[in-house]
Design a protein around this ligand. Structure first.
Ligand code: AR6
Length: 193
């Protein structure tokens, strides 16, 4: 996969062009909805790649949600961890679900705060579990309609802010499928260097 490396303090930030279900990282992050119902977008792709069937992975995720939190919704800023199943074949040890804000083409301070929390929480979880690497999709930049540039900037801010606290995680990837998005993300990350 085409990879563009950046250094943020002691953390390596990797911009990767490709399919997140093919990435080798200790943890991959899912852009979930509060019901962890993996019906579309990257969630569907991860569910299908992990369990062979997205519906089956939804069932596993919803059972884990009830077991972990005793309720049927994943709150913003919280994470749910589910087993990698078939993703373990290329080294994935956990899928970490996070819920980003619904922007519908708009952007305000509430969106900014919610997206920051949605990116930060999986990184903290990965650190807690002693993982060395984590890979994210562009949370909220698809069906939830947040502006792509703001999503990339928020991701970069989370990595920058967490950098000095991380002892275990040394590599944080943002995985984008489309080449034009990678180009736009590179422009943003190059600007912030
Ligand atoms: N690899 C990498 N990126 C991908 C892949 C993939 N295989 N598939 C899609 N993307 P979205 P959201 C990109 O809509 O906006 C789901 O149905 C995609 O191009 O998946 O947070 C959930 O269940 C986009 O840039 O997530 C929720 O209901 C990015 O991943 C809802 O969508 C995120 O797009 C969440 O919406």
């Amino acid at each position: 996969m085409l990879t563009y490396p950046y250094r943020v303090g002691r953390v390596e930030l990797l911009l990767v062009e490709g399919d997140i279900t093919k990435v080798s990282a200790d943890a991959i992050v899912n852009a979930a909805n509060p019901e962890v119902e993996h019906g579309g977008g990257v969630a569907f792709a991860i569910g299908k790649a992990a369990a062979g069937c997205a519906k089956e992975y939804t069932k596993i995720s919803q059972e884990e949600l009830r077991r972990r939190y005793g309720e049927g919704r994943l709150a913003p800023g919280k994470v749910l961890v589910t087993p990698p199943m078939r993703l373990a074949e290329h080294g994935v040890r956990a899928v970490i679900h996070t819920v980003g804000p619904v922007c519908r083409g708009t952007w305000n301070d509430d969106h900014a705060r919610a997206l920051y929390a949605a990116f930060a929480a999986p990184l903290e979880e990965a650190e807690r579990r002693g993982f060395a690497s984590i890979a994210y999709p562009a949370v909220s930049a698809g069906i939830y309609g947040c502006p792509f540039e703001r999503v990339v900037e928020t991701f970069a801010a989370v990595v920058r802010d967490a950098g000095h606290r991380l002892a275990s995680v040394g590599s944080v990837s943002l995985v984008l499928r489309e080449r034009d998005k990678v180009k736009r993300a590179r422009e943003i990350l190059d600007r912030e260097k």
